[in-house]
Design a protein around this ligand. Sequence first.
Ligand SMILES: Cc1cc2nc3c(=O)[nH]c(=O)nc-3n(C[C@H](O)[C@H](O)[C@H](O)COP(=O)(O)O)c2cc1C
Length: 310
Amino acid sequence: MVDMTVRIGALTLKNPVMPGSGTMGEGLARVMDLGRLGAIVTKTITPEPREGCPPPRMVEYKDGSLMAIGIPCKGPDHYVDEILPQYRAYPTPVVCSVSAPTVDAFGRLAAKLSVAGVAAIEANISCPNLEQDGRAFGMDAEASARVVRRLKESTDRPVWAKLTPNVTDIAAVARAVAAAGADAVTCANGMLGMAVDVENFQPALGNVTGGMTGPCTRPVILRMAWQVARAVKIPVIGSGGVACARDALEYLMVGCAAVQVGTINFVHPTAMLGVIDGIEAFCRRKGIGAVRALTGAMRPRQDFREDQAA
Ligand SMILES: Cc1cc2nc3c(=O)[nH]c(=O)nc-3n(C[C@H](O)[C@H](O)[C@H](O)COP(=O)(O)O)c2cc1C
């Protein structure tokens, strides 16, 4: 028997695998038992109903997709009344992803959702900060920290900060949110990109730019997860291009305590079950009794010389 449990701060998860926010369609419950997941992560909830971005919203690539969805949301009441009760029926912690245009609005939203019995709050700080220059909160270490501080004042639930990869120094942002009291960091959201519809001489996405996700992003996000795990003591949750157990193992070995699985859910709706079973099989094959032992298990290369690194 392999002990598959992991601890994310005060929360114990039955295994280290959960969906990335927004990638677990409500229909997923028809094809798999959501009770097998380490956690259920909701789509990002915003303080007010939102339409989302104009179409087209997605450009598909062989090994990933570029998307500008713009967080369409029916508002927090809909989630509290209609969606959360369905998720809470499973023996699985529910993590509520939240986003807001101001620090105050983040706090009010988290307070509202905390009374609905969620296990943790994940702050999606990839959204524009309307009190400053409109850049994403997550692009600025101090703005990210302000969101986390306000969330910690507003909820007694653990607060996870989901970082944006669209920064020069992601470790600096991770250190800032950890110092502000974040219980965990998720690394990371989509990588900013764009595409051109050359036939029509116009941007391919209605929003012009969007987030690149899926397996093709994994080497970049994995590198960031490794940097973040070295920079902070709080648990790191890897999110970028996990499609199978081997991909998840990479994240665990560079220092993550858990992984989120996103884009692949749209291709193989039961992919998360394969990731869970594959991690367990790997542990058995390697004689590892507890999956926790994999976190940070990557050994340094003997032939690596930092002074000569590219
Ligand atoms: C269709 C789609 C919708 C998403 N919606 C959200 C969202 O609402 N909130 C959020 O924080 N991330 C959202 N994401 C980002 C994912 O949660 C995840 O962090 C990202 O896709 C990287 O993981 P992946 O490469 O496994 O897809 C979305 C991604 C996709 C593909």
